[in-house]
Design a protein around this ligand. Sequence first.
Ligand SMILES: [Zn+2]
Length: 230
Amino acid sequence: MTDQHDPRDLPESVRRIVDEIENEIGDNGHAPDASAPPGPGANGGIEAAVRQILVEIGEDPGREGLLGTPGRMHRLYHELTAGYHVDPERLINRAIFEVGYSEMVVVKDIPFYSLCEHHLLPFFGSAHVAYVPDGRVIGLSKIPRIVEMYARRLQVQERMTQHIADFLMDRLEPKGVGVVLEATHLCAAMRGVRKPGTVMTTAAVLGLFRRNDKTRAEFFAHIGRPAPGA
Ligand SMILES: [Zn+2]
């Protein structure tokens, strides 16, 4: 899915989000190019499809309040899926350091907003990410960006949880990784399938976090949640 477009082809608003995820604040990666073409999907396809949805649900796409809606949704969907265009190499660029530190590193309560791929409705909540280094650590600010890269795609919560864990395991090669996501899904809450406010929790544990009960228990204690099966 990634890198299917020349990065120069991204709409400016999407380019800006990708830049924010890839680069530290104040780090001049590559400045958005205002003269760049509007980007993928700029052929009016999304606009036409949204107008058709409006017609199908009995609305009038020509009424004043809806005139700008197809264009707004076009921009919105490109922004909410900007994670497809993030280059992981740029994201972690120069931010992995050799360190003797070998205790668990925990970053918790990382807010995220994503779109469920079954309904294109938001699911949102908090991510908690931990790893035990094996001679290398990653800059702390990078972990929320990794979450953001995966959140800004069409997702299912279980896969997003696993992908964050796999990414850290592959790139950092730590002794282990633990990831917990807690999220409310509007597709469920709004349709009354679950009670509003019901939070779905998913977890992915790799390496030491999978093998070692004490490591896993330490992680869940850090984030103040009961360990699965405990
Ligand atoms: Zn859904």
